[in-house]
Design a protein around this ligand. Sequence first.
Ligand code: URP
Ligand code: ZN
Ligand code: ZN
Length: 479
Amino acid sequence: MSNFDLVVKNAHVATASDTFHADIGVKDGQITALAARLTGAATEIDAAGRWVTPGGIDAHCHIDQPSSDGSQCADDFTTGTRSAACGGTTTIIPFAAQMKGQSLRAAVDDYHARADGKALIDYAFHLIVSDPTPAVLGQELPALIREGYTSFKIYMTYDDMKLNDREILDVLALARREQAMVMVHAENAEAIAWLTDALEGAGLIEPKYHARSRPRPVEREATHRAIALAEILDTPVLLVHVSAREAINEIRSAQDRGLKVFGETCPQYLFLTEDDLAKPEFEGAKCLCSPPPRDAANQAYVWAGLSNGTFQVVSSDHAPTRFDDVKGKKIRGTDAGFRWIPNGIPGLETRMPLLFSHGVLDGRITINQFVALTATNAARIYGLYPRKGTITVGADADMVIWDSETARTIRNQDLHHNVDYTPYEGIPLNAWPALTLSRGTLVWDGAAPLDAIGRGQFMRCDLPEPARPSDAATAQPWL
Ligand code: URP
Ligand code: ZN
Ligand code: ZN
């Protein structure tokens, strides 16, 4: 019997903290040895001259998520996980979303039914809490946290999702007691509603005015408020899809004061600007997301936030609505105002190559920062570490072997999602995964994804790091 099912030879390994040369031995889907020379494998892959990094964790993506506006999430767990694997991601964490009036448990059961038997790579679930009733806060959420759903997103905007400040405090207090992680979509709902009405009243309804309806102070105010509420309850919080300088400064200032405030940003704030929303013939709708892309100077500020450690996580916020589709961006036709255009853009497959190419190879971040931002930090924050997010003995053999000498251009026709466009069309790249391994199985060989739908496993999340002593968690310092 072979010692190993697979040995990746001559790997130039990068983790969040180290780089080293090693052979990587894999048995039964796990990394079982790291050594200068390993033999005795049924299969060998020679990675000479290539970076080998942990498979990516996309900790914010929307897959087969029901909507309330009649639009359709274009990717299900098959197309979504296939696309992710081809771009070097080996774990996704999409959202089991509670609709107002719905039981959270029912939302989770429904989401499992959507995922079961369909995924190519592994997945966990965040929850979306849109209706924190006494039953949800008193029974459902504590039970679900203990069953491995340890993080949940709350919204400060969108009429069908938003919580008021009192409800946010209720959720934060529960999260503190149960040691769960709260993710916050921070935009001021009333300001957006007022500005949207004002813009519409003046006849300014094209996609580009979406950015005008959500200027940077809208995000700053809500970010400040979310942090203040978390500070009052002394509980960690993670701000998702952070787009703008002022919000970044709020997060940085909280971190400097010693608060456990984490930040996530996304490729759209590094590679798109509000000018993309102004493209003619409704093309701007392809880049319409919330918060909106900002300007070039702001992009530079987001890049700085990656290198100076303000951000812990880069996720795609993959929210796949097709463009030329009456269940997609054109749900109300091309003359309808920006208010009616489904928010969100696709990006599962391009997240890792964009960041490797324009982050690492262009010298904006180190390879270790790349690993931390795309995999390790999310694994730690959401309770998947060290099974996921690193290359070490005992971890799942989730790895990317990079071709970092390629010269290619992003073209939607080469991608594997079920969306008819990519907002990153035409961006040049010098890196793409040559191979992606999920638990030691080749799921992307550089040419095609593996035809093995259903091999992806659901993962329960532990409590986020660092778990606090339970007496500290149950104390109520605000009393
Ligand atoms: O515009 C966005 N970001 N759409 C996806 C939903 C969300 O708020 O993350
Ligand atoms: Zn959001
Ligand atoms: Zn999202």
